[in-house]
Design a protein around this ligand. Structure first.
Ligand code: BGC
Length: 404
């Protein structure tokens, strides 16, 4: 049988209200990696003075050299965060702010230095996506001590009260959408092999994504439709509909990719080497995001005993959109970074204007309930890729080949 990604008709699904996403977070053990140390600084034009200039090359902060809003993102090495950078540059420019985007390059200590750099530049609001949710607590405490308001961006900073707001996608809905896609596109029968992969244990989102996926997959595992191929911890918990943070932590301990393509690849290879032929054939793969999905898909595609695979993803990274068009990845989740950047900058504007920003939920971060603004997500497959990502203006059709 020719190797193919099972791709079924799956209409655009605006996944709203699948899960509240609220109130779920605890602090995983800190194990931030310190690889790479260069912080990249993008200083864009102040729209009020220099609109139309080459934004990336110009620093036109306010006359006294101060900047009001600073952004810190986790790494330039994943296309996901370059999408956010691009949106921030636009949104900050449009709002008339001098634009500071710094990258932590996978290092919590670089992240802390970045926070200090921005404090010294006079920021009033810090928008930060932590590399490691627990380790970032110390950095944002410094910001709090300097009178800076902190907005946790996409990933929640845990174990501290020095977080004022949280702007995020509905991460539980992301995981639930991934799990539901596997269910809706599973082959007929029982004992269908299910391979589980997760994000980094230092990222609170990894827990929420898994919680969302488990909420829909667990009944199918418990009733014998699906059979877990690569996690004894998940197998041992298969009859439990709701898992504790600690239980999810144990599973993630086995199936983590660390959000790293290479870890994902070697884990997938090791998994396929370890299983017997009953765990091959037509299989299902829960991959937590696009970068890991592509690595894992390549491994499954090259195993001659895997006849077909359904593999999930998230982020709508360009390379994965191409994989979906080419039938190599089954789905992704579109998290519109334009909305997230706009929402967090709108919050910053409200803060600077002395107004209370609008929020719609809270997330407990093990210390406080952080007021949050949550954004819905959209499932993207071959069938709606054009409508969701091209017609919406997120990407240009010319960036892809074979788009119908
Ligand atoms: C984000 C994902 C991203 C992952 C790896 C998560 O916190 O929500 O969009 O793929 O981190 O960077």
């Amino acid at each position: 049988m020719r190797k193919k990604v099972l791709s079924f008709l799956f209409a655009a699904t605006m996944v709203m209200g699948l899960a509240t996403g609220c109130g779920s977070s605890n602090t995983p053990a800190s194990e931030g990696s310190d690889s790479g140390s260069d912080a990249a600084v993008t200083e864009a034009a102040d729209a009020g003075e220099d609109a139309g200039d080459d934004a990336a090359a110009t620093d036109s902060s306010s006359a006294d050299g101060e900047v009001q809003v600073g952004i810190i993102l986790p790494t330039k090495d994943e296309p996901r965060w370059l999408q956010d950078q691009k949106q921030f540059e636009t949104v900050l420019g449009d709002a008339g702010f001098s634009n500071q985007v710094l990258f932590s390059q996978g290092s919590s200590s670089t992240e802390k230095t970045n926070v200090e750099t921005l404090i010294s530049k006079g920021i009033k609001v810090l928008i930060i996506c932590p590399q490691d949710g627990a380790a970032a607590a110390a950095a944002v405490q410094e910001a709090r001590d300097a009178g800076v308001k902190v907005i946790s961006y996409d990933r929640l900073i845990t174990g501290t009260d020095a977080v004022d707001y949280y702007v995020t996608f509905d991460s539980k809905a992301v995981g639930a959408a991934q799990g539901q896609y596997l269910i809706d596109n599973a082959p007929e029968g029982s004992d269908i092999p299910l391979y589980l992969f997760a994000g980094a244990a230092t990222d609170n989102n990894a827990f929420i994504f898994f919680e969302g996926a488990w909420s829909v997959l667990q009944p199918k595992i418990a009733d014998g439709t699906f059979k877990i191929a690569n996690s004894t911890e998940a197998e041992a918990l298969k009859d439990k509909a709701e898992l504790s943070r600690e239980e999810i932590g144990k599973i993630i301990g086995q199936i983590t990719t660390d959000w790293d393509f290479n870890v994902a690849k070697s884990k997938a290879e090791a998994n396929l080497t370890a299983v017997g032929s009953d765990m091959k054939g037509d299989v299902l793969v829960l991959a937590p995001n696009d970068g890991t999905a592509r690595s894992i898909a390549d491994v499954f595609a090259s195993d001659k005993d895997v006849s077909s695979y359904v593999v999930t993803g998230q982020d709508s990274e360009k390379a994965s959109v191409q994989y979906i068009i080419d039938g190599k990845q089954s789905m992704t989740v579109f998290k519109d970074t334009r909305t997230l950047a706009q929402d967090s900058v709108a919050m910053a504007v409200d803060i600077l204007d002395g107004k209370e920003p609008a929020t719609d939920s809270t997330y407990n971060n093990e210390s406080i309930d952080v007021p949050a603004k949550q954004t819905a997500i959209i499932v993207v497959t071959k069938d709606n890729v054009k409508e969701a990502l091209i017609d919406s203006g997120y990407y240009e059709a010319s960036e892809f080949t074979g788009l119908e």
